[in-house]
Design a protein around this ligand. Structure first.
Ligand code: FPP
Length: 245
């Protein structure tokens, strides 16, 4: 009699932190003859699916690149559409996230964000701060170069004030000045739409992340896509890991 070699209870643990560059909303809409905003709307629904799936799979951190500091260069009408969508979801989602035991965090600069969006963000972060199932990190008005410059400036200021010696600065003290200081680095970074770039996203934090590029446009992203990316992550882990050999 043959027995299953691996039981489901031995399924590998999911990556603790998944980061996603949600790309392809515009192309998804264009392929259907729809306005770009329709792609963003469907993209926001895909983000809900990603959150729910990560929660169910036991992922502890999910970081979504919602709006980069470069996205301000898009036409004002598209920026307005994205901000309107964000406003809508911030108001609508917080109760649901709380029910799912999801904590919401935002990284990125709050400069240039509308005052009402900033207060919605503060409210959402405060209301979900004790949730511990999954931390959803939304990168909004975020850019790695700016984040790294900010960290360097803050260390330089401490040196100028005599609080810190240049020799005190190492990888840990530097990482402590980033907006992700209390968030583990991503294990797996996914980009959809077939593009293979980091686009100024988590450049410091993704130094050792496994990168998985999917051809799917973000609005079509599904549970199966996430499982495919996680399976790819585990294949790479088995090939390069040293502890289970
Ligand atoms: C990339 O698609 C996606 C974005 C710039 C924004 C991601 C936003 C969402 C998923 C919607 C939820 C976001 C908020 C702020 C609530 P693209 O427009 O660059 O697509 P393209 O490369 O095909 O043009």
């Amino acid at each position: 009699m043959r027995e299953a070699v691996v039981s489901s209870s031995q399924a590998p643990r999911p990556p603790a932190h998944i980061a996603i560059i949600m790309d392809g909303n515009g192309r998804w809409a264009k392929a259907r003859g729809l306005p770009r905003v329709a792609g963003h709307q469907r993209g926001a629904e895909a983000a809900r699916i990603a959150v729910r799936t990560c929660r169910e799979l036991g992922v502890k951190f999910l970081t979504l690149y919602a709006f980069s500091s470069e996205n301000w260069k898009r036409p004002a009408s598209e920026v307005d559409d994205l901000m309107a969508l964000l406003r809508y979801y911030l108001r609508r989602e917080v109760s649901d996230l709380t029910e799912q035991d999801v904590r919401l965090r935002f990284i990125g600069s709050r400069e240039r964000l509308a005052p009402d969006i900033i207060s919605e963000i503060e409210h959402a972060e405060a209301r979900t701060q004790h949730n511990s199932g999954l931390t959803l990190v939304v990168a909004l008005n975020y850019g790695s170069h700016e984040e790294i410059v900010q960290a360097a400036r803050s260390l330089a200021q401490d040196v100028a004030n005599g609080v810190l010696k240049p020799s005190d600065i190492d990888e840990n003290t530097f990482a402590e000045r980033l907006s992700t200081s209390d968030i583990p680095d991503p294990d797996l970074l996914i980009r959809t739409s077939g593009e293979q770039r980091l686009s100024n996203f988590l450049l410091w934090q993704a130094a050792y992340s496994e990168l998985v590029f999917l051809d799917t446009y973000w609005p079509d992203f599904s549970r199966e896509n996430l499982e495919t990316a996680i399976a790819e992550f585990h294949r790479r882990d088995r090939r390069f890991g040293t502890t289970n050999g």
